[in-house]
Design a protein around this ligand. Structure first.
Ligand code: ADP
Ligand code: ASP
Ligand code: MG
Length: 401
C-alpha cells in the first residue's frame, strides 16, 4: 500500500469521456489498497477562455487579484466533475479547492509561490479512506485572498502535496507519453527518454518545454520527489525525473523553444560607470526578470544595452525605463516582440568542446540569423526571429539527436 499523488492536465479532463477515463485510472490504484490524492487542472482551454473573457471586459485584463478570482474557477469546475464521476462509479471521494487542501501562498497574484501546505484536512480525508481531488494552480494568501501559481502551476501543486504528504509516488499525467528530446508534436524525430535528471529537466522546462512547469521541477529537486511523466490515455511507462540518471552517450538531451520573449534595447546610454547598475536596479524594483543581456561596445561616449524579458513583462520593463528618464539619459527604447529563444540542454556539454559551434552550424545551414547568445554549464540559448522558431528547433535537433 502506498500514498500516490496523481496530476491530470487540462487535456486529460477535457470532456465527460476523458473525465471518466481519468476516474477509472484513479480507481484502479485505489482498488489496490493505495491512498490516492489527485490534482487536476482546468478542462481543455478553459484557462485561456477565461483570460479572453477578462479581455472582453478590460482590454488590459483585470487587476491581478480579480484575474486570480476568475482563473481559479476553471479548476473548481474540473474537481467537482471528476468527483461526481468517481461518485457515480461507486467510490468514496471528496473534492477540495486549493485553500481547503491547505495551500498557503505569498501575495504575488497570478504568479504566487507556495509557502506551505497544511496537510491536516488532506490527512483527515485520507484516513476516512476517501479519494481526494484537489484543485491545482491555486492557494490562499495571508489576507484570505485566492491566488494562482502561474500558467502550468498545477504541476507544482501536485509536487507540493507529494512533498508535504511524503508520498511514495508523484505521477504527472498528460497528453504525451513522457518527456522527449523536443516537443513531439513539432519534431517527428523527437525521442522519448526513460529518465532525465532534475537539473536537465529544470533547464528544459525553464527554456520552454511546457510538459512540466519549471517550479514543479525545482520543488521536486528540493524535496527529492521522484516524478513520473506519463500518458493519461495509454497505459505504459513514462519518463522518470530524478536526481541521478544513467549517463547517456548523447551530448545533448533536448531542444526547447520559448516564444514568450521580448527583446528590449536601450539605445544611446551614457558610457560611464554605474549605468548598468542603475538600469537593472530599477528593473528589479519593478520585479522584471531579466534573461539574456548584451552591451554594445561604447562609441562616441554612448553605448546600447539590450536585454530579453518574458513578453508579459515587457510593458513593466518599459515603464521602469521611462520612470528613469531623469536619472539615466538615453536616446530611445526599442521593443521587439517578434523574437524567440531556442535552447539546447545537456549535462554532457560541460566536458565536450564544440557543442556551441555545432549548434551554430545547424542554424547557419538552415539560413537562420542569431541575434543573441547565452550559455551556462548545461545549456546554450540563441535568440532568433520568431518566424524561424520551428525550423530552428528541427535543424538543431537533427544535428544532435
Ligand atoms: P497538461 O495540460 O497536461 O499540463 P501541457 O500542454 O502543459 O499539458 O504539456 C504537455 C505538452 O507539452 C505536450 O502536448 C507537448 O506538445 C509539449 N511539450 C513541449 N516540449 C516537450 C517535450 N520535450 N517533451 C514532451 N512534451 C513536450
Ligand atoms: N489551468 C492552469 C493553466 O492553464 C494551470 C495548469 O494547467 O497547470 O495554466
Ligand atoms: Mg501543463
Amino acid at each position: 500500500m502506498a500514498l500516490i499523488v496523481k496530476k491530470f492536465g487540462g487535456s486529460s479532463v477535457a470532456n465527460a469521456e476523458r473525465v471518466f477515463n481519468v476516474a477509472n485510472r484513479i480507481i484502479d490504484d485505489y482498488k489496490k489498497g493505495n491512498d490516492v490524492i489527485v490534482v487536476v487542472s482546468a478542462q481543455g482551454d478553459t484557462t485561456d477562455d477565461l483570460i479572453d473573457k477578462a479581455k472582453e471586459i478590460n482590454e488590459k485584463g483585470g487587476s491581478k487579484r480579480e484575474m486570480d478570482m476568475l482563473l481559479s474557477a476553471g479548476e473548481q469546475i474540473s474537481i467537482a466533475l471528476l468527483a461526481m464521476a468517481i461518485e457515480k462509479l461507486g467510490y468514496p471521494v471528496i473534492s477540495l479547492l486549493g485553500w481547503q487542501a491547505g495551500f498557503e501562498t505569498d501575495s504575488h497574484h497570478t504568479f504566487a509561490r507556495i509557502k506551505k501546505v497544511n496537510t491536516e484536512r488532506l490527512k483527515n480525508e485520507i484516513e476516512k479512506k476517501k479519494i481526494v481531488i484537489v484543485a491545482g494552480f491555486q492557494g490562499l494568501n495571508r489576507y484570505d485572498d485566492i491566488t494562482t501559481l502561474g500558467r502550468g502551476g498545477s504541476d507544482t501543486s501536485a509536487v507540493a502535496i507529494a512533498a508535504a504528504m511524503k508520498a511514495d509516488l508523484c505521477q504527472i499525467y498528460t497528453d504525451v507519453d513522457g518527456v522527449y528530446s523536443a516537443d513531439p508534436r513539432k519534431v517527428k524525430t523527437a525521442q522519448k527518454m526513460d529518465e532525465i535528471s532534475y537539473d536537465e529537466m529544470l533547464e528544459l522546462a525553464t527554456l520552454g518545454a511546457q510538459v512540466l512547469n519549471n517550479r514543479s521541477v525545482e520543488m521536486a529537486k528540493k524535496y527529492n520527489v521522484e516524478l513520473e511523466v506519463l500518458s493519461s490515455l495509454e497505459v505504459k511507462p513514462g519518463t522518470i525525473v530524478k536526481e541521478k540518471v544513467k549517463m547517456e552517450k548523447t551530448l545533448i538531451r533536448g531542444v526547447a523553444k520559448d516564444n514568450n520573449v521580448a527583446c528590449i534595447s536601450v539605445v544611446g546610454l551614457e558610457d560611464t560607470p554605474g549605468i548598468a547598475f542603475k538600469l537593472f536596479n530599477k528593473l528589479s524594483q519593478y520585479k522584471v526578470n531579466i534573461d539574456i543581456i548584451l552591451q554594445s561596445v561604447g562609441r562616441d561616449g554612448t553605448k546600447d544595452i539590450t536585454f530579453t524579458v518574458s513578453r508579459d513583462q515587457s510593458a513593466d520593463a518599459v515603464a521602469a525605463l521611462e520612470a528613469m528618464k531623469d536619472i539615466l539619459t538615453y536616446k530611445n527604447i526599442k521593443v521587439d516582440e517578434s523574437v524567440c529563444k531556442v535552447s539546447i540542454v545537456g549535462a554532457g556539454m560541460e566536458s565536450n568542446p564544440g557543442v556551441a559551434s555545432k549548434m551554430f552550424e545547424a542554424l547557419y545551414d538552415a539560413g537562420i540569423n542569431i541575434q543573441m547568445i547565452s550559455t551556462s554549464e548545461i545549456k546554450i540559448s540563441v535568440l532568433i526571429d520568431a518566424k524561424y522558431a520551428d525550423s530552428a528547433v528541427s535543424a538543431v535537433h537533427d544535428k544532435f539527436i
